[in-house]
Write a protein that binds this ligand. Structure first.
Ligand code: ADP
Length: 484
């Protein structure tokens, strides 16, 4: 496998190693550099807790036994003095304590019980200790004292309390040997964890990048037009989501591809039929009806009709693509005030000849002088397409109704026919281009573009629109548009 520096595998591996290194560095610092400090702080806080425990028992008969217990279990040396600095009690690391009566008068304290067999004298620096305690803000001090004789240090902790002074001292262990051991251990830990990090990172990165490579493989196949490809899931949520999205994309792309094929088939069919007719009738005129005016006129009529059909189809395709590109680019149609009532009347008038000739009736209920804010040419196209459809699908009674009226500050247009209607489940699709409902397929001359044009234009006007239809009872197409 090629080692690519920008690959997920490499990057993950790098981060993993960096992370391990950072943790180890932190450990090194804490263990080796700050160990002494850390140790002292731990000691101080331990002794602080001890002093709390002792002072809590002050004034009770447990005071002295608590001190003995504490010195023994924490290896401490403790002196208690009164406020003048006269020792009243001491105890060493063996818990061997005693009261200080029987000392010289200047060393003596006012205690009540028997003399101990041996009394440990107060440390030499006790006076300076008391000074430090008195000068401290809260009456608590801690400091280290070098013990030259033993090449070591002791920690001295002092505290003032209501009975006098509490002096606690304990030797500080030299950290050098501990540090040396820790260093050796850390060395091993460093090598092992870096090695483990290396191996684990390598495997995790491999585990993660494998499904991604699989997805890339499938995506390549998709790009080559294989819509049957499926993106496998691997159990990682994010990658599964990616696979789901890509599977969905594949499905949609395959639908689009289906639509594209259908579209080409539809257009070819729609273009071929009139062209075949035109060719056939032209040949008939050339070979048969050229001299017979009546027949020739009929045949020419067919040719003219078919040419019109071709023109309508080509215009519709061009219109739709122009409107759709404008719509997709977020462009706006030029909007002006339009006398909508007049516009609708005028369009109905255009249909008059055709409707009267074929026995169609168009009933109207149009409120006068309703003005709307719209693009005149496009809104005419909408009305034209909707009335045209109503006539095309009017059914046997050949009657349609057109209504224009005011509705809540908008102008509402409705056209109703009593034709065969549209199945409920097909209603959402009729607005798509080239969609033609099952029960109408190719029975009426149409190209499946009219409603798609209507939809695009009304959406660009921000006008709500819709249809109510019941199979066998007819349909009402409507839209509402802003008044001017
Ligand atoms: P077409 O040129 O086929 O009429 P349209 O886009 O105008 O294309 O309409 C799409 C489909 O919607 C039609 O094929 C038809 O099935 C259905 N349709 C449109 N208007 C009506 C209507 N008034 N009554 C019943 N069905 C309709």
């Amino acid at each position: 496998m090629k080692w690519n520096r920008k690959s997920l595998r490499h990057t993950m591996w790098m981060y993993f190693i960096l992370f391990s290194a950072l943790i180890l560095l932190l450990l090194w610092f804490l263990q080796i550099v700050f160990l002494q400090n850390f140790y002292e702080q731990m000691k101080v806080s331990g002794i602080d807790a001890v002093s709390d425990t002792i002072i809590e028992t002050y004034g009770t008969d447990k005071f002295e036994s608590t001190i003995d217990q504490m010195t023994f279990s924490n290896a401490l040396l403790i002196f208690v003095t009164d406020k003048e600095g006269h020792m009243t009690y001491f105890s060493d690391e063996h818990g061997y304590g005693g009261r200080a009566r029987g000392l010289r008068p200047d060393q003596q304290a006012k205690t009540t019980t028997e003399l101990p067999s041996a009394v440990r004298p107060l440390p030499n620096e006790f006076e300076s200790f008391m000074e430090k305690v008195n000068q401290s803000e809260h009456g608590v001090v801690n400091y280290t004292v070098k013990q030259h004789r033993f090449k070591g240090e002791t920690l001295v902790y002092g505290r003032k309390f209501e009975g006098g002074y509490l002096y606690i001292s304990t030797p500080l262990e030299p950290m050098d040997s501990t540090t040396a051991i820790l260093k050796k251990q850390l060395m091993v830990v460093t090598v092992v964890s870096l090695f483990a990090g290396f191996v684990i990172a390598f495997f995790i990165a491999g585990k993660l990048s494998r499904p991604l490579s699989k997805i890339t493989e499938s995506a390549k196949q998709l790009a080559q037009g294989n819509y049957n490809v499926s993106f496998a899931k691997d159990g990682y949520t994010e990658l599964d989501q990616l696979a789901d999205t890509l599977n969905y994309t594949t499905e949609e792309l395959s639908k689009v591809e289906g639509l594209r094929r259908e579209l080409i088939a539809n257009i070819s069919h729609d273009l071929r039929t009139p062209l075949t007719m035109i060719k056939a009738y032209s040949e008939m005129i050339r070979d048969l009806s050229g001299d017979n005016k009546e027949k020739r006129d009929t045949h020419l009529g067919v040719i003219i009709d078919e040419t019109d059909r071709l023109t309508t189809l080509v215009n519709d395709i061009l219109d739709l693509s122009a409107i759709q590109s404008l719509h997709d680019e977020g462009g706006n149609l030029p909007i002006c005030p339009v006398n909508f009532s007049q516009t609708v009347e005028m369009i109905i008038h255009r249909f008059d000849g055709f409707s009267r000739k074929d026995g169609y009736t168009i009933q109207t209920e149009i409120a006068p002088d309703l003005h709307i804010a719209a693009n005149r040419a496009r809104i005419e196209q909408v009305v034209y397409n909707l009335i045209g459809n109503a006539l095309d699908y009017a059914g046997d009674n050949k009657k349609i109704e057109v209504r224009v009226g005011d509705k809540d500050g908008r102008v509402r247009f409705e056209v109703t026919d009593s034709g065969s209607g549209i199945q409920e489940e097909e209603i959402p699709y009729i607005w798509q281009r080239y969609y033609r409902a099952e029960n109408h397929k190719r029975s009426v001359v149409g190209n499946g573009l009219g409603l798609s044009i209507v939809k695009n234009i009304l959406e660009m006007h921000g006008a709500p629109f819709g249809v109510t239809s019941a199979l066998g009872c007819g349909s009402t197409f409507w839209f509402e548009i802003q008044r001017a």
